[in-house]
Design a protein around this ligand. Structure first.
Ligand SMILES: Nc1ncnc2c1ncn2[C@@H]1O[C@H](COP(=O)(O)OP(=O)(O)OP(=O)(O)O)[C@@H](O)[C@H]1O
Length: 271
């Protein structure tokens, strides 16, 4: 069953070169343009099946976050269409919904509601959210007094406890200390094992290889590759020579067999 269908999607932005009347006058006098249209996504099409884990890859500015925003529904394409079956949420703009003047406890209820969780669902998940974020002692402290790490953990923890059908992750896995990152990865794997669809943007190719079966590569807003994650990684970061190619192949074989041992051969990631 299709979870996400992106059809001939294009998105353009206007880049303004002048922000004040003075700048506008100067640019106009020099016959320079005041603004220019910039194509962030250019005729992109793909389909993601339910339960797939897909990496969105590309250099800075290639359009990955824009594509995630279109899938999440916070932005609309200029042309083409994006269809998502079921609910969509995840680790995007983590912490954006937290209110500094509210306590951790109040923020959990508020943010979970913003992310589409029912009050009962939040009550059920409450202890687990607090545990995961490791903020128990500070639960009744306003979050403006949290350290940036604690703030981020709380935002993360709430987000990973929601259960959307399509779970989006944007560059979020690189933050937090190593144990926390590990916990987040484990939680994301659980989402996937439960049959949820994952769409992940990250620059760390190791993480993407571990989580995803398929990779999409964007280059200047165009989809230039759609296929196996290992081929996508090789396209993004080409192996320097045959030795490096063989080393990667070995590492991947080992990772796959480790995975098979841990999951008893039932690796949920389709490769
Ligand atoms: N709201 C906006 N207004 C104007 N330009 C924008 C806007 N959002 C994105 N862009 C431009 O669109 C292009 C694609 O941006 P996007 O954030 O999708 O890239 P990305 O692949 O996620 O990059 P990164 O790896 O750096 O996060 C960039 O050139 C960016 O400057």
């Amino acid at each position: 069953m299709e979870a996400v269908v992106v059809e001939s999607v294009s998105k353009r932005f206007t880049l303004r070169h002048a922000h004040s009347i003075k700048e506008m006058t100067v640019r106009a006098a020099r016959r320079q343009s005041l603004a220019e249209r910039f194509t962030a996504l250019d005729d992109v099409s793909f389909t993601i099946e339910q339960g797939d884990a897909v990496a969105l890859m590309g250099l800075n500015g290639s359009g990955k976050s824009t594509l995630l925003k279109l899938i999440s529904g916070v932005m609309r394409p200029d042309s083409g269409s994006v269809r998502v079956r079921g609910t969509v949420a995840g680790l995007i703009e983590v912490g954006a919904g937290l209110h500094p003047d509210l306590t951790g406890r109040e923020n959990i209820y508020l943010n979970a509601a913003i992310l589409g969780m029912s009050r009962r669902g939040t009550e059920r998940a409450f202890d687990s959210i607090v545990d995961f974020a490791e903020i128990e002692r500070f639960l009744d402290t306003q979050v403006k007094f949290y350290s940036s790490g604690m703030f981020m953990r709380l935002g993360f923890s709430i987000a990973v406890h929601t259960d959307p059908d399509v779970f989006l992750i944007d560059e979020a896995l690189a933050v937090g200390d190593a144990p926390f990152q590990k916990k987040c990865l484990a939680r994301i794997r659980e989402h996937h094992a439960a049959g949820r669809t994952l769409v992940i943007v990250a620059h760390d190719t190791g993480t993407l290889e571990r989580l995803c079966g398929r990779g999409l590569v964007l280059r200047q807003g165009r989809l230039v590759f759609d296929g196996n994650i290992y081929d996508a990684v090789d396209l993004m970061v080409p192996p320097a020579d045959d030795q490096e190619r063989a080393r990667r192949e070995r590492a991947r074989r080992e990772a796959r067999s480790d995975e098979a041992v841990r999951t008893g051969g039932a690796n949920p990631t389709a490769r």
